[in-house]
Design a protein around this ligand. Structure first.
Ligand code: BGC
Length: 739
């Protein structure tokens, strides 16, 4: 490949961007085509009928997408009226096939390089925060809201559904994903996609697969055994695809077991299309294609093609067809896959731009930000209540807003002008190179909630000055931020820019110190015993400032749970050093996932280590107790149902997230989350919960399918992976399941 910088978008020159406004733009299709549903014809039949009427040139035109943004060296021709965005594929107007107009992504509608001048969107919290809600309904509402904005802006494909399992707490894109557990990530991704597609917008699920780090992401080879792969990353995708039925799967930049993910016959043809019977289309990530033979390996579309060395799915693919190496049937198959995904959602014509009710969508962003906040520690100082007299707020730009993550998922918020700080990469794309703070100051929200208190703010630039102020205050709230983003990883888990030292000094000066974290990953906390409370707010989106204040003051009872383990140190994780970090671009590197499927909390269980904060952990301002844990039904093994009674024993309403783990099989210890549910309970309320267990979570992948071994299964309900209640057993007779 000719150019391989950190990311495709880093090649964008802002001056060269098209500043095309969206208003009034129509793409491709003829209006008024009869929908598949209206005619009673199913999406597959309609796709086959329309595809059969295409010319070869029309078929080929659907196999290649561009990024409709002009940047130096790009040979792509951008048709008039197409707005700058992530992806464009021409339609076939004569057959009523609309153009594919794609936008990023899960956190809201992006606007690459701010090229659509003045176009904003509702900036949702990071997906990791959505994962922390453990709330499938919320994931669906967020997915629906984002897609509704996509549609109202004229887009019909949402490049959302990011869900690579967090295997390394240094991965710069973990904030875009849904944590470390296959069941949690798969269910939440599936529901987010379901919510999006219900708006008539195709969603992807991405990045297929094992895109576990950003360092050397085009050159990193993720190496893992087949069983471990199926039981971890692929299980997450499988569950997500079953629930969400995404119209498209986006394959990844990295290699998997020696083959590029987008040209990986095993992943695309064998697993996705054969074993799972996936009917939608596989699009490449932008710049992930390096050969026309990827087409036979299962890739249906070369997306963002000008970021590749050349258009492979044009002339080179035609040559393979002419030489008989690629069949016409395969071309038809690829085209039908795209059409059926569109027809399944009733997308028959271009979407006209419509007004967006941003204030009402902001309420969804606020609900999500509140739900994603995890109270990690609280010795009773929170909620603040009206008693606090003088409060010192320090750091994190808390007088302005909240941190956001960088890269293609970044959203220009609808609630005001963002602030950009600290760029240190020679790159004109602010999305990738500079920290963006979303407006909406936690400080202002705190002042409004606690009108009797006297507030003082210190930037924290000088730790000594801030500590001197701290000594004079009743209470200190320190905001710590860590910027992360696409195309780079963190070398360590430490907070940057002296923030650990700042917190330590504040805690030494004032024993009532509360820490609020805005980070995209777990961090280490050398000061955690010296502070009274710690709140993990992730990148909380444009309504995050308000949400943080709501939780601190008790207007909202926190209910978030960690979707990712917080290690005490990197030495507790499977890889001390991040493979390839510091090496020059284009250096091939192996990322050996020797921990197999036993990553995250499973790794802690397997190695007998105690994390700093465990997967599933999160405190509340009320108290929950669990009783009557046990088997509710075990008919024929496939219908194993486990149950629990949950009580809210406190005086406040709140939400609990009981989790049930498989902790041993035939006496052999292991740990797997097999069920969870978020329950909202009034003070004093008691509720019985039943969870049906997916047999794949009990199984091993072996000999081409799932095998649930016969024997005794030991389970425990818990408040986190490390805080488990009494165990109970069930004997299963064993079974085999399809892959
Ligand atoms: C990212 C994808 C994104 C695409 C289009 C790539 O850099 O990896 O997640 O959808 O760009 O913007």
């Amino acid at each position: 490949m000719s150019i391989r910088v950190h990311s495709p978008i880093s090649k964008i020159t802002l001056a060269a961007l098209l500043a095309t406004a969206l208003a009034g733009v129509q793409f491709g299709a003829q209006a008024g085509a009869q929908s598949a549903a209206q005619s009673g014809e199913g999406p597959d039949a309609k796709a086959a009928r329309i595809e059969a009427q295409m010319t070869d040139a029309e078929r080929m035109s659907l196999l290649v997408g561009i990024m409709p943004i002009a940047f130096p060296g790009s040979k792509a021709v951008i048709p008039a009226g197409v707005p700058p965005t992530a992806g464009y594929v021409p339609g076939v107007p004569r057959l009523g096939v609309p153009a594919q107009l794609a936008t990023d992504a899960s956190l809201g509608i992006s606007n690459p390089g701010a090229a659509r001048v003045g176009d904003v969107a509702t900036a949702m919290p990071a997906s990791l925060a959505i994962a922390a809600s453990f709330d499938t309904g919320l994931a669906e509402r967020v997915g629906a809201t984002v897609a509704q904005e996509a549609r109202a802006k004229g887009f019909n494909v949402l490049l959302g559904g990011g869900m690579n399992l967090a295997r390394d707490p240094r991965n710069g894109r973990n904030f875009e994903y849904l944590g470390e557990d296959p069941l949690l990530a798969g269910r939440l991704a599936g529901h987010a996609i379901r919510g999006s597609q219900a708006q008539g917008v195709v969603s992807t699920i991405k990045h297929f697969a094992l895109n576990g780090q950003e360092t050397l992401r085009f050159y990193a080879d993720s190496v893992i055994g087949e069983a471990a792969l199926r039981e971890s990353e692929l299980l997450a995708f499988e569950i997500g695809i079953e629930i969400g039925q995404p119209g498209s799967v986006m394959c990844a930049y990295n290699l998997v077991n020696g083959h590029k993910a987008c040209g990986n016959d095993h992943l695309l043809n064998t697993v996705l299309k054969r074993d799972w019977g996936y009917k939608g289309w596989v699009m490449s990530d932008w710049g992930a294609v390096s050969d026309a033979t990827f087409f036979n390996a299962g890739l249906d579309q070369q997306a963002g093609s000008q970021l590749d060395k050349q258009v492979w799915f044009g002339k080179p693919l035609e040559a393979l067809i002419a030489a008989g190496k690629v069949s016409q049937a395969r071309v038809s198959d690829a085209v039908r896959r795209m059409l059926r995904s569109f027809y399944a959602l009733g997308i028959e014509q271009a979407y006209k731009p419509q007004a967006i009710d941003y204030p009402s969508n902001a309420k969804v962003a606020l609900e999500a930000a509140r739900a994603g906040i995890v109270l990690l520690k609280n010795d009773g100082v929170l909620p603040l209540g009206q008693a606090a007299q003088s409060v010192l707020v320090v750091g994190g730009n808390a007088d302005f807003g909240v941190m956001s993550g960088g890269g293609s998922s970044q959203v220009i918020p609808s609630n005001g002008k963002p602030r950009y700080v600290n760029g240190d990469i020679g790159d004109s794309s602010t999305m990738f190179s500079r920290q963006m703070l979303m407006p909406g100051a936690p400080l202002a929200a705190l002042k409004a909630a606690l009108p009797e208190a006297k507030f003082r703010f210190s930037s924290g630039y000088s730790a000594d000055t801030a500590a001197a102020y701290a000594a004079q205050a009743d209470l200190v709230i320190v905001f710590a931020t860590k910027w992360e983003g696409e195309a780079f990883d963190s070398a360590t888990l430490a907070l940057p820019q002296g923030q650990d030292e700042l917190i330590a000094k504040l805690a030494a000066a004032n024993k009532n110190t509360v820490v609020v974290l805005e980070t995209g990953n777990p961090i280490t906390m050398p000061w955690h015993q010296d502070v009274r409370a710690i709140l993990q707010a992730w990148y909380p989106g444009q309504e995050g400032g308000q949400a943080i204040a709501d939780v601190l003051t008790g207007a909202v009872n926190p209910a978030g749970r960690l979707p990712i383990s917080f290690p005490q140190a990197l030495t507790q994780t499977p890889r001390g050093a991040l493979p390839g970090i510091g090496l020059p671009e284009r250096t091939p590197v192996q990322v050996a996932y020797e921990e197999g499927a036993e990553s995250g909390y499973r790794w802690f269980a397997k190695t007998g280590q105690a994390p700093l904060y465990a997967f599933g952990h999160g405190l509340s301002y009320t108290r929950f107790s669990h009783a009557e844990a046990g088997v509710r039904s075990a008919k024929g093994d496939t219908a194993l149902t486990l149950g629990l009674t949950v009580s809210n024993d406190g005086v406040l309403a709140g939400a609990d997230v009981p989790q049930v783990y498989l902790v041993a099989r035939n006496g052999k210890p292991l740990q797997r989350l097999v069920g969870f549910e978020k329950l909202v309970l009034q003070a004093g309320e008691r509720r019985a919960l039943s969870l049906r267990i997916d047999p794949r979570l009990l199984a091993d992948y072996s000999e081409g399918g799932w095998r649930v071994p016969a024997g005794v299964y030991t389970f425990a309900f818990g408040k986190s992976a490390a805080e488990l209640g009494p165990t109970f057993d069930v004997t299963l007779s064993g079974q085999r399941l399809k892959p």
